[in-house]
Design a protein around this ligand. Sequence first.
Ligand code: GLU
Length: 550
Amino acid sequence: MDWNRLAEILFPHITKTPEDILAQYPARALPEGAKVTRMGPSPTGFMHLGNLYGALVDERLAHQSGGVFYLRIEDTDKKREVAGGVQTIIDAFTSFGLPFDEGATLAGDKGVYGPYRQSQRAEIYQTFVKSLVQRGLAYPCFATEEDLAAMRAQQEAAKENFGYYGKYAVWRDRPMEDIEAELAKGTPYVVRFRSEGSIERKLRHDDLVKGKMEVTENDQDVVILKSDGIPTYHFAHVVDDHLMGTTVVVRGEEWLATLPVHLQLFHAMGWKPPKYAHTAQLMKIDEETGSKRKLSKRKDPELALTFYKQQGYPAPSVLEYLMTLLNSNFEEWRRANPDKPMQDFPFSTKKMSGSGALFDIDKLKDVSKNVISHMTAEAVYDAVAAWSAENDPAFHALFTRDPAYSQAILAIGRGGRKPRKDLALWSDVKPYMDFMFDELFAPDYTLPAHVSAADAKAILTAFDAQFDPNDTPDGFFEKMKAIASAHGFAAETKAYKQNPDAYKGHVGDVSMVVRIAVTGRQNAPDMQTVMSILGADRVHDRLNRCIAAI
Ligand code: GLU
């Protein structure tokens, strides 16, 4: 077979050589040990939690080592592509604050290892395919869908392995005349890689996540170039990750099955493969069956990254939660370092579990409460203002009417060693502080069962006469004690517990009555601070409104 001639017939338009291309991609000048990682999403319009999970691994590995984290758009499958898909990808990662150093941006490419969209790299792939043909390592295959279906039926009947290999690889050793006859007819064809692998042999692989393993060699002549001249994932992965200098490929474990193909292709090209980190599937406990299953696009809205933004999960909370799934020692580190940025945690692929990570939204909320509790009131204010502008315009208008007022409310119980943990989502802010806005104040004046309306009125009247917005929280509590004593309630809870029959209740009931009157509910942040923010007039109005209503 005249392979050079075949290569010219198939790729007359390719005039560059692999050396020409390689010369455009010099080795990266990075410090020793620096890792180069990438995200390779397809613009399908759907970004899921698994993408973010992988991206966090990529980002940490790169930035922790002084390396590079880049974005490559894997748009070789035009059938799955949607309009605006690239924007969705970039928006998703930008909103989660995972900065790409390099790669595709909406304004074009950033970096010199591009183009970063696979659809713009056809000439590059074809140059390498042409050279494989010249070396007798790749060939055109004109098998039709029907031919392949018939082959499959034959394999099924003979109980043989499926696929295009051995005697089933019917175009592998066809004479030039047959190929030329098909080309003359204009029959569409793909280009396949000629495998010398055998399923009798094993390859050793040392995965950064899954550890050491043996995988069976690939004996299939896989398609490397589709009939439209665009490569398959397998070939694009090998060419791009080599040229772009990727040192660690982080990808879902579903790619482990075709790893032998990739290793074989790297070998054929004479290139050193990158290291691989195959990440485990995200699982959840099914609410109905109680058993573990993969997160599903159809059943689980929380799989979509857009879910978190819409619901108002702070981006750092989601990242921090994913880190607890990624590294089992992260939570312990966080307890010891409550105020450090997550980036200070020494992330390691060695601590990643090779089996499925269990996603638990309640755990995410707990992590989020902790994250928000360590933010400043100003930061919470900014995030809630941004979130509500998009998702709750009516609340946004009230919340941003007087920023200092909203920030003062958010500042209650913040800072210090044991900050309040009321908020898990930005959408929690409205129910948390709605009573602070007269427009939203919808009081529930249900009193504790053992406090009569008459006593409550007396307590409120007494307090109305004494309230001072400049009191300290302790000063307020002293007033509560005095009012308690004057109305037959114990000033100390302890005294009440020792002798409950001697009192109508205790000081806690008295302050509860005030809380119900002022906030319209039984749970609220520190009362004195709340009342000084509301101001004397509104406190007076609210006390009297309650007195009139009960
Ligand atoms: N385009 C591939 C995907 O979306 C990327 C896999 C990889 O990172 O290599 O699954």
